[in-house]
Design a protein around this ligand. Structure first.
Ligand code: KG4
Ligand code: ZN
Length: 382
């Protein structure tokens, strides 16, 4: 009898991850090997280096996930792997390895959309807490380094489907955090550092204009989402430019340059290392940037929740780890009478437990991938 032990493999960006999850809700093991140290000197993910690091890490990471779970290659019931979206070369490492395992072991192979994985990170943990009664419609904000998407999620006969009702027109929210941190020489990745530094600054010190969507986008908004309803799109390249202008007009380049050289010997990218080199004006700028990002994400998501009469909100992806974002969504959702769920922090950022969890409904319905499937860097979630 199959127990539904699924080995999940994730390699879409800069984390090589493997996990064993039982029946889509019980994490037996969860191993994440982060490549932060490799990409840190460049202030962003270098695709070629990411592929090389995945190649190095994939075998030991999968071995460890099986050993931690007390499982063997033979004892798991299926192998699930991220198909996309993500970096093509990085995805291919996980996919090739998963295919080889599935072929050699004669196990079913399940292809998973990374964004669906982020949504199932929430479902996994709610199921584990005993919350099996979600109120629909569910609106999910997937907000990470590569994505800022709003999906209406529905569920029928073990099958989940998704309708996109909003996405970013330019930079993803996490990308804006990372680029602002790079500009201010705060370290990499920027999101967690800005999160910790923001409590030391005044979030009302700098006013950023609200994000503007171009004319073309307004037309698309009129056309609406594929379901005929309104769209709620995001745009974060403007705020990044506004931070750059503020740095130039308030003479902050010198303090950024000093911080850059002071932090050269501390490649860990920790907020505590950075704080002693941050003047008040920089801390105020950082706190104001975070507040503007959080307010925009919450305002658009709550407006979408009202328009689509959502009963439940999911907020997931790397940026969902942000302290202020969680507080803001909890407050606003409570005011609207909408339930809001986040993954725990370790499951907010990339991991393979979410991939194994998203694969479980497909495992039950026999939705298996053929050996011919390949990476889809721009894969849409439907
Ligand atoms: O989900 P994830 O691990 O990878 C992608 O699928 O992109 O998200 C990584 C992103 C990075 O941009 C990182 O800076 C951001 O999530 N992030 C945060 C926080 N922790 C990670 N952003 C804001 N606050 C945080 N605490
Ligand atoms: Zn992700």
């Amino acid at each position: 009898m199959r127990n539904g032990f699924i080995l999940g493999i994730e390699s879409s960006c800069d984390e090589t991850a493997a996990a064993v999850v039982r029946a889509g809700e019980q994490i037996i093991s969860n191993v994440v090997f982060s490549q932060i140290a490799t990409h840190q000197p460049y202030g962003g993910v270098v695709p070629e280096l990411a592929s090389r690091e995945h190649l190095r890490a994939i075998v030991p990471v999968v071995r460890k996930a099986l050993a931690d779970a007390g499982q063997t290659y033979q004892s798991v019931d299926a192998i699930a792997v991220t198909q996309g979206p993500g970096l093509a070369g990085a995805l291919l490492v996980g996919i090739s390895y998963a295919k080889a395992l599935a072929f050699a072991l004669d196990k079913p192979l399940i292809a998973v959309n990374h964004l669906e994985g982020h949504i199932h990170a929430v479902l996994l943990e709610e199921r584990r807490k005993g919350n099996h009664e979600l109120r629909f419609p569910v609106l999910a904000l997937v907000v990470s380094g590569g994505h800022t998407h709003l999906y209406l999620a529905t569920h029928e006969d073990n099958c989940w489907s998704y309708q996109n009702i909003g996405h970013t027109r330019d930079d993803a929210a996490g990308e804006a955090f990372d680029k602002v941190a790079k500009l201010l020489a705060l370290g990499y990745p920027g999101g967690p550092i800005i999160d910790k530094l923001s409590i030391h600054g005044n979030p009302h010190a700098v006013q950023f204009p609200p994000s503007q969507l171009k004319h073309k986008d307004r037309n698309e908004r009129n056309i609406g989402a594929s379901n005929g309803g309104p769209r709620f799109d995001f745009s974060y390249s403007g705020i990044k430019t506004a931070v750059l202008r503020y740095v130039e007009t308030h003479d902050l380049q010198k303090s950024s340059a000093e911080r850059r050289s002071a932090l050269l010997g501390m490649p860990q990218g920790k907020a505590e290392d950075c704080l002693p080199y941050c003047d008040k004006r920089t801390l105020d700028l950082v706190a104001s940037f975070q507040r503007a990002m959080v307010e925009d994400l919450a305002a658009k998501t709550l407006a979408a929740a009202r328009a689509y009469d959502a009963a439940t909100l999911f907020v997931t992806g790397g940026v969902a780890a942000n302290q202020e974002l969680r507080q803001k969504f909890e407050q606003d959702a409570a005011n609207e009478g909408v339930a809001v769920y986040f993954p725990s922090r370790p499951l907010s950022t990339d991991n393979a437990a979410m991939i194994a969890a998203a694969a479980y409904p497909k495992f039950l319905s026999g939705d298996f991938a053929s050996m011919e499937f390949s990476a889809e860097a721009g894969m849409a979630l439907k």
